[in-house]
Design a protein around this ligand. Sequence first.
Ligand code: NAD
Length: 370
Amino acid sequence: MNTRRSFLQQLTTAAITLPLLSFEECTDAPQADVPYDGPVLRVAIMGLGGYGTRVADAMQACKKAKLVGVISGTPAKVKAWQTKYNIPEKNCYNYDNFDNIRNNPDIDAVYVITPNALHHPQVLRVAKAGKHVICEKPMALNAKEGQEMVDACKKANVKLLVGYRMHFEPKTLEIVRMRKAGEFGKVLFFQGLSGFRIGDPTQWRLNKQLAGGGSMMDIGIYSINGTRYMLGEEPIWVTAQETKTDKEKFKEGVDETIQFQMGFPSGAVASCLSTYAMSNLDRFFLDGVNGYAELQPSTGYGPIKGRTHKGELTQPHNTHQTVQMEEMAGIILEGKQPEIPVDGEEGLRDLKIIDAIYEACKTGKRIDLK
Ligand code: NAD
């Protein structure tokens, strides 16, 4: 029998001379590597571009989620991914035939990571094929599309989640916890600054047809979404102003910079900026009567950095997409409830605000939200 005594007796002199390793440490250590034998979400990624690759790489460290399939219009990319991630031929699809995924029992969910305008038709097709969907932000181009996606997934009895990776980020969650616990006192102000200088003028992000707009669809949405989870309220009105310094690069319907303001039932207000033309804009600031929180960077790939009136935030950095996929597997397979929702309704709330912001820019009026 393998008792502690017999184990110790078997130790060679060399092993005994191993410095400072107690028996307890020996037995505790391997638990971190205990093989996971619970349910695994088997995922196919649609759109093998920059972010799709980042998600695929991050998923290699997941226990509850596994990359098992691809959907792409580029056969060479499919081949490369098959080799890199060990993906079987039977789990590879293109944009013409991916409806056949309904007959594939080895795929549970599709993660849509294509240009914004494609999310709506692709999510509808995945839902019809009976698979769960994770869709990148922005979930769609407007609230009408978003509602159709929510309805289609409900009808097909599949889950619809949105790739809101910040909803699982530890420093973000700590601020939300503090706000809920009343540690900031009454919160009356939030500021969100989201932007970067965009390069290549020929990319889809600057094409109205594929992007659905400009900076607001791509990066400003982080300030909208962040305002909502930081304040824990839904806005009742928005105002917004658009400015454009480069009409050649940012054509009609592609916003370069938008400042926007939101008002909340509690009386809190938010002041935000979305831009494709400025550097160093990735910052959240929350102000309460008894304290404050700030994050900078606030929504990049991390490490996220920040502090509150109580001091620096020290929660550890983990690869966002690994944690996101692990948590989303829990939501889909085990019905886990995330601290901040990531479902289709959550994506839809942001789209309603985006619609209102564009309307406010066009009319110069304050837009009331239901
Ligand atoms: P990308 O250009 O790097 O990749 C897009 C992929 O879609 C490419 O592989 C391209 O071949 C494919 N594609 C399929 N049909 C296409 C078509 N008709 N036109 C153009 N490309 C087509 O873009 P990306 O940065 O990977 O962004 C994809 C999505 O992911 C966007 O919705 C974006 O907002 C989102 N995204 C999210 C995050 C995040 O942190 N959550 C980060 C980056 C991008």
